[in-house]
Ligand binder design. Sequence first.
Ligand code: MCA
Length: 495
Amino acid sequence: MNLPNLFAPSLKQAADAPGLEFNGEVFTFGRLDEDSDRLAAWLLSLGVEPGDRVAVYLKNSPSLVLIYLAAVKAGLIFTPINILYRRDEIAHILADAEPKIVFADPESQDLVASAIAGSGSRLLLTSEIEQAIARTQRPATLPAPADDDVAALVYTSGTTGRPKGAMLTQANFAANALNLIEAWRMTADDRLLLTLPLFHVHGLGNGLHTWLALGYRLRLTERFRKETIVDELLDFRPTVFFGVPTMYERLLETPREVAREIGGSLRLFVSGSAPLPAATHRKFEDLFGSVILERYGMSETLMNSGNPHDGERRPGSVGLPLPNISIRICDETDAEAVNGQTGELQIKGPNVFSGYWRQDSATKEAFTADGFFRSGDLGMRGDDGYITLQGRGKELIISGGFNVYPREIEEFLAKQPGVSEAAVVGVPDPLKGERPLAFIVSSNPIDADALGAACREGLASFKNPTAFVQVAALPRNALGKVQKHLLPRPQSTSS
Ligand code: MCA
């Protein structure tokens, strides 16, 4: 199944129904269909061809939805860039993906233009879209993508400091949407309040795709704001909400009566992208009267498992495999572990991506000989089939639902004046789950303010260390590998 076919019943048959709501403006499915057709025709007229990348550095907006729809309809590869990324982070992705077009808002024009500098990409502004749609004729046909064509290139933070583009096909996204619709009993009568960023597969793959596949009503917001989320929930009365644990932590501040009112009409809260603390799960149930459904996914595989819709939603567990997905737990030799034994989660199914963009060796390493994806996540399965995650084989920090590998921050810090070496670890944080903490080796006293300013300038905000701690040397084993568990975890630190 390709995405245009999956979306056709909503876009064509429910053409007059209100589909998308953003800042008070309502778009029917018919308008979204026609405008995205015209946008696709415009992009093709600019010389963009199927298989070419179209990158976006955009916050959530109807323009972003239209660009995405235009890309999937015409077989262009949608390449979203995290809106929190700074110049060098953006430049890395552009150099790797080599998009023909990069879309940005006028307010980020200068930043994106400087990241593009020297590459062959062309910058287009969202302010040009409306006119382009108005003056382009609706095409009779568009080049239809094949099921196995890459629909999106989604960059994951890299273990080597270099991000890797996960190639997700049209069929991957379609399989994921159909799975979630079945598993979460979603229908055209649902209403989704979507505050997640569309540059990650949580918002894009789960939010946009179930919406377009079913034709339910979507209210999209520019981003999640703790100040307005409760008003949005009361005003829109969604039946479904998808969030990361930080959002649920924020919602715990809701007054009890209001929480009960929201929980009374919102039938399904889903959490993912980072582990949901069992205590948050319980507090949320107590406050809202709703049991959060925690599920497990990755950019490379979309959604893998989840707690059941009808059945026990167990705090601390990521539940059971979704339909048509095999999850096995293996030891270092790829032999299957017995129930109760910890091992790496390995995944196979129509949801699993086709590889990393232009990185054959990384792709090869990511799969076992018999085609299972090595998640790098550690976990175990109980006798009742429920899977519990127990950490990661690879170093990874998840802060507010955003992934970051310490190596990326360490390489950045090592380039700063006076820094001989740096080691970064994740430290627990009640709101964000984890935050990075940096240890610095320097022959002179470090200037934490200057390091903090450099990080704010050069790194996305969720990668900024919460503090910089000077140490005389990094503890190393006999092979020279830094032993991070031996680094001191300070009570109070300078930041
Ligand atoms: C956060 N900030 C943003 C946005 N989100 N800026 C612009 N657009 C955004 N969408 C910035 C803020 O400006 C601020 O920067 C800092 O982040 C913290 O913001 P704050 O207002 O304090 O937000 P919060 O209440 O703490 O909530 C943070 C958040 C954010 C909104 C929950 O962490 C978030 O959107 N997380 C979602 C991540 C996500 O979608 N992950 C999916 C990955 P400053 O500090 O400079 O002022 S996909 C995945 O993991 C897999 C596949 C899966 O299973 O889902």
